[in-house]
Design a protein around this ligand. Structure first.
Ligand SMILES: [Zn+2]
Length: 396
């Protein structure tokens, strides 16, 4: 994984942040300490550092969140209806930039946006510092399973290499139909093996959209991470734990968002009345999956929302769903979007924790999410790479 670009922070200026409650992103709580930042990086945790530039005492300070699965260019069009992702009109471009902005303001400092080549120029503009937004990693075009029509193993390998050449940071693979259409497998084991093996050869991770049988097949193929995972059996989840495959389930936001915006989605491609009828059932299956996954020893469950139009900037609702509806421990939920999320991206040495040498991606919540998970809605401070984008902490 390439080094995260250093933004043009003014001559490595030094800042000190004071915190009374600091979650380090790895599951530890530090009290009454200070974070020292130089340029884009954290250089020390030192309770005696002075002078204090940002007094965040009384808040909960933690690393910026990592959302492993969004669709940052997915928007509603001029008619107010679902316009899907990757639009190229000026309106679509501004709407995507707005999605990036509201995502950052919500405390998400890194996303994986998986599904559109339109993510690449947005990724690059943000990396250059000319647009505000979360750091973006993207898959460019996904490999969409269409049975034998998808291609021979050699054709699939060529497709993977093409995405790498186009600038993909990872490969997204659809190995199942939408769960709204039943979720049947759309790639054979042989095709999946070719895709995941070629990605590995190219040094790219693979994220596989998979339900039911496809979960096991993708795990056996050696993919990095399973997206969704609905209707995976406990045996499938144990196999994932044994092979070190990450699971990125969605406990609620994505379906809640569809139901909330039903009029905007219904009748647009892929969104039928039958599909909407299936969603309530899928939501309960997803709750059940997260509950079971939490009990599988060694299974690494990361945070990913699958944010589409209507959900950008509301990413943190997924934490509330996990804790409230699935019984996930609040600290586990936080770590899933911090150090564990960074590990799944291969970026543990750069983001996801508050520690010397890492990027200064730091947020603060008004409230303590370990006591009241709804505090994740109250992000009052956002720093990414040493630059403060939001600071609406209480004025004393
Ligand atoms: Zn998705």
């Amino acid at each position: 994984m390439k080094q995260i670009s250093q933004q043009n922070t003014a001559q490595n200026k030094r800042f000190v942040i004071a915190a009374s409650i600091l979650l380090d992103g790895r599951g530890r709580v530090l009290r009454n300490t200070r974070i020292v930042i130089e340029g884009s990086k954290i250089v020390a945790i030192d309770p005696k550092a002075a002078p204090v530039d940002y007094d965040l005492r009384g808040l909960t300070v933690m690393p910026g969140w990592i959302d492993a699965h969004v669709h940052v260019t997915w928007i509603f069009g001029k008619d107010g209806k679902n316009a899907a992702q990757g639009g190229a009109t000026p309106e679509a471009t501004y709407a995507a930039a707005s999605n990036a902005w509201v995502t950052l303001m919500a405390g998400v400092t890194t996303v994986q946006s998986i599904g559109s080549a339109a993510d690449i120029p947005l990724r690059d503009a943000i990396a250059k510092g000319i647009l505000p937004g979360p750091r973006i990693l993207t898959s460019a075009e996904p490999l969409v399973g269409r049975g034998a029509q998808t291609g021979t193993p050699d054709e699939i390998r060529a497709f993977i290499r093409k995405q790498k050449a186009a600038g993909a940071d990872l490969i997204k693979i659809f190995a199942s139909q939408s769960i709204r259409q039943g979720g049947a497998m759309t790639l054979s084991q042989e095709q999946l093996n070719a895709a995941c093996d070629e990605a590995k050869r190219q040094g790219l991770r693979t994220l596989v959209h998979a339900y039911k049988d496809a979960v096991r097949a993708a795990t056996l193929a050696g993919c990095t991470q399973i997206e969704h995972g609905t209707m995976a059996t406990d045996e499938d989840l144990k196999l994932m734990a044994a092979k070190g495959t990450y699971l990125d389930p969605q406990a609620g936001l994505v379906i809640e968002n569809y139901l909330l915006n039903k009029e905007k989605y219904l009748g647009t491609p892929g969104y039928t009345a039958e599909g909407f009828a299936a969603m309530e059932r899928v939501l309960s299956l997803n709750h059940e999956l997260v509950q079971r996954a939490t009990r599988i020893p060694g299974l690494r469950v990361v945070f990913g929302t699958d944010a589409v139009a209507g959900a950008h900037g509301r990413n943190a609702e997924e934490f509330i769903d996990r804790v409230r509806d699935c019984g996930v421990d609040p600290m586990v939920a936080m770590v899933s979007a911090n150090s564990l999320g960074a590990e799944a991206l291969g970026l543990s040495d750069q983001i996801g924790s508050i520690a010397p040498g890492l990027q200064a991606d730091i947020i603060a919540l008004d409230g303590d999410p370990l006591k009241d998970i709804t505090a994740v809605r109250r992000v009052v401070f956002v720093m990414k790479g040493g630059i403060v984008y939001k600071n609406v902490a209480r004025v004393k």
